[in-house]
Write a protein of this length. Structure first.
Length: 140
């Protein structure tokens, strides 16, 4: 089973990692795990002013920080995984990657803001659910 585990460094994604580790037997043998972090891109003018090298280092550093906790937990649990870093709208990129790489399941944490906040601010989880043709397991 190929599982896409979305990680953003929050306590909510940490709960999703904990859930996967605790319930890994339910996902069967031969688990193929992909740890994905999506970062919003720096606006064009700011990125141009900073330069490609600075921007690339920023993206790499921020992704590394966001995935550090999940990486440590998965390594401690001896669960092998691949790391993937993307730029773009997190909800859209998670859905796009899950479909494009033929994942069987997306596993992610949710902040659980509620309907009004999601309406005003948008929600990564809501976007994944709306755009993804792959089953999504949301951990709260």
């Amino acid at each position: 089973m190929k599982i896409l585990l979305a990680a953003d460094g929050s306590k909510y994604s940490a709960r999703a990692v904990d859930y996967l580790i605790k319930h890994r037997a339910q996902f069967g043998d031969g688990l193929n795990l992909v740890l994905l972090h999506v970062r919003m891109p720096i606006p064009g003018r700011a990125a141009s002013a900073l330069g490609k090298a600075v921007v690339a280092k920023y993206y790499a550093d921020e992704s590394r920080k966001a995935m550090a906790s999940a990486r440590r937990k998965l390594e401690r649990a001896r669960l092998p995984f691949a790391e993937v870093h993307r730029l773009g709208d997190p909800g859209g990129e998670i859905a796009r990657y899950a479909v494009g790489s033929k994942c069987d399941l997306v596993l992610m944490g949710s902040h659980g803001h509620g309907m009004l906040t999601n309406l005003v601010l948008g929600s990564c989880t809501s976007k994944v659910l709306a755009r993804c043709k792959v089953p999504v397991l949301v951990i709260r």
